[in-house]
Design a protein around this ligand. Structure first.
Ligand code: PLP
Length: 307
């Protein structure tokens, strides 16, 4: 599958009708052709929300959780509610088209891992119509990163841990299209000789990485920052906890201080496509890596069945 599969969603939200000029609720388009207006608020303001769904062997094991978070993000931005049924069908259509293409190109059934992106923007200013699309692409191969791990620096995000309650207009906890801060933080990490970032709140709580949740282990106990500190509730973190509990470990979402992170025996960054990546160094301190557990966790995360 050398070119991405693009599906334009003509009926992206509840109460938004399909325009008369376009009959189907969604349709396949050529990603090599211009599709998006330069007046779209998603482009000019980053005013919209998205999800990135991992598809393994043609299945999206966390699709329901992604659709839940897509809805929650849209509502936080006062966007119209995404039409769950339409988006679910559009994602399935994108996966089917990607599989068909891979079969033609390689003459074998089945695909590697796909990253399927769902995007909903506020649309063209004044139109009152959101814009929506689904893009399925072959995922980058993260095998080496999962094995070798990443060096992490902590960076202050500049907000208190209770910013979601005191200043909801800052949209912490929504997966918005405005990721310029997240990528700026990664460039700052590179300047400091690291690969990745864990954000902390201005009052010293552990938050999240720019595109991943944080998981830590102290002894036999696993934890992650709870979503009430103004972070995205991670779909992968949730699945990782299912795996850890099935192995008899304690795993809880709690408020974590930066000192907890620095005391941890092991730390991982977890996200849908990259999956679980061990942290080898935290603010210059070498960390232990449990390669066997990381391998088993990643095998669970890429399993095709729904969890
Ligand atoms: N936190 C942030 C800021 C993210 O952007 C992401 C994913 O992109 C995550 C956490 C992890 O979420 P998920 O596991 O659903 O990919």
């Amino acid at each position: 599958m050398s070119t991405p599969v693009l599906i334009l969603v003509n009926k992206p939200a509840v109460g938004i009708d399909v325009p008369v000029s376009t009959q189907p609720e969604f349709e396949r388009r050529d990603p090599g052709e211009p599709q998006l207006s330069v007046l779209d608020l998603g482009t000019t303001r980053g005013d919209g929300v998205f999800e990135t769904v991992m598809v393994s062997e043609g299945r999206a094991p966390a699709l329901a959780a992604h659709l839940d978070r897509f809805r929650a993000s849209a509502l936080l931005l006062d966007l119209p509610e995404p039409d769950r049924e339409v988006w679910g069908r559009a994602v399935e259509a994108a996966i089917a088209a990607a599989e068909a293409e891979a079969e033609v190109e390689t003459d074998t059934a089945g695909l590697g891992v796909l990253a399927v992106k769902l995007v909903l923007t506020r649309g063209i200013e004044g139109s009152g119509r959101p814009t929506g699309w689904v893009l399925a692409q072959l995922a980058r191969d993260f095998t080496a990163v999962r094995r070798e791990g990443v060096r992490v620096v902590t960076l202050d995000r500049g907000y208190r841990h209770d910013v979601g309650r005191t200043s909801p207009w800052l949209l912490q906890g929504a997966k918005t299209l405005s990721y310029a801060i997240n990528t700026a933080a990664l460039r700052e990490a590179a300047r400091r000789g690291a690969d990745e970032v864990v954000f902390t709140s201005s009052d010293g709580f552990v938050l999240e990485a720019p595109t991943a949740s944080v998981l830590l282990r102290e002894g036999n106990r696993f934890s992650t920052p709870s979503a009430e500190v103004g972070i995205l509730p991670g779909t992968t973190q949730r699945r990782a906890f299912e795996f850890l509990r099935s192995r008899g470990h304690d795993a809880d979402a709690v408020r974590l201080r930066a000192s907890d992170l620095h005391r941890a025996d092991a730390v991982w960054l977890v996200s849908a496509v990259r999956q679980a990546v061990p942290v080898t160094e935290l603010d210059g301190r070498a960390l232990e890596v449990d390669h066997a557990l990381t391998t088993d966790l990643n095998a669970y995360l890429s399993a095709r069945q729904a969890s």
